[in-house]
Design a protein around this ligand. Sequence first.
Ligand code: ZN
Length: 326
Amino acid sequence: MQTPLRIELPAQFAHETVNVYAFTEPELTLIDSGEANQASWEALQQGLVKAGLSVNEVRKIIITHAHVDHIGMAAQIAEASGAEIWVSDLVYDWAAFTAEKWQSRVDFLQVVFQKAQVPEVWYKPVIAYLQEIPAKWLPIPEKYLRRFSLQDTLSFAGNQWQVMHAPGHSASQTCFFQPDTQQFFSADMLLPITPVAVIEQEDQVPQKRVPGLVQMVESFEKITQMPIAVSYPGHGEPFADHQGLIAKQVARIHQRKNQCLEVVRAGVEQAFDIARKLYADASPTMLFSGFAMTLGYLDLLAAEGLVVQHDTPQGWRFEAVAQKQV
Ligand SMILES: [Zn+2]
């Protein structure tokens, strides 16, 4: 069994670094790429040189999901090396038509912010920040792109890896599992800390928000049953006890969901106001993640029939469903 080399690159989000994994045999293969900026490029080069390798030798880059910190620098690595970049069907358009897809995401978020009645003073800086993302996310020329389906197996590191679609953090999230060695590339589906259910739109119905946290809980249920020996996360260090980690994170999600229900029961109706109660001490960027999670808790509560969402001309209004007396 080959153990991948883990190279940590700087990244902008809460985790502060992102992992690129490298396998050297039978050809230099990277899992994910980091985001495009000078510091990432230097860190990747240094990480490879330390192992006696060079960026020019990369033959294959396999992308786990369509987020800037995982795919942003892939095009630059391919330009230097001629490497193939493998992306799933769900990532393809993000890889090839990055700017258009991103703009559609930002437009969608603005609608979500309006419906949640997020105050302008708060969402304007968030939108400005999001507009900067394409500078760190290079579109990939088609000549480098190779595409895999969600049912495929991928060949790398001298083995066949099962592709597993694991939506939750991102609708485009795929993990890779090797049944003999029981190695699992969990990407951002399993992380040392609970991943954020990022606000994303449906591929087929772009006006519709994906219920990310509901999907995340479902993905957790599937993964916990898998015979995994070691998980390689997109951020932080590899770990062994995936079941313990999942149990803890699922328990925490339900605990926060119940706190969210208490806030709705107390009569707080707007999603953003609910988020402010749940994440009272958060900085603006953390509150953006907290707001995404709050929509997720509301999705879970709606799925359980405990909360209903009313669409009014002013936006969404959430209401607790009266409980029958037993
Ligand atoms: Zn990530």
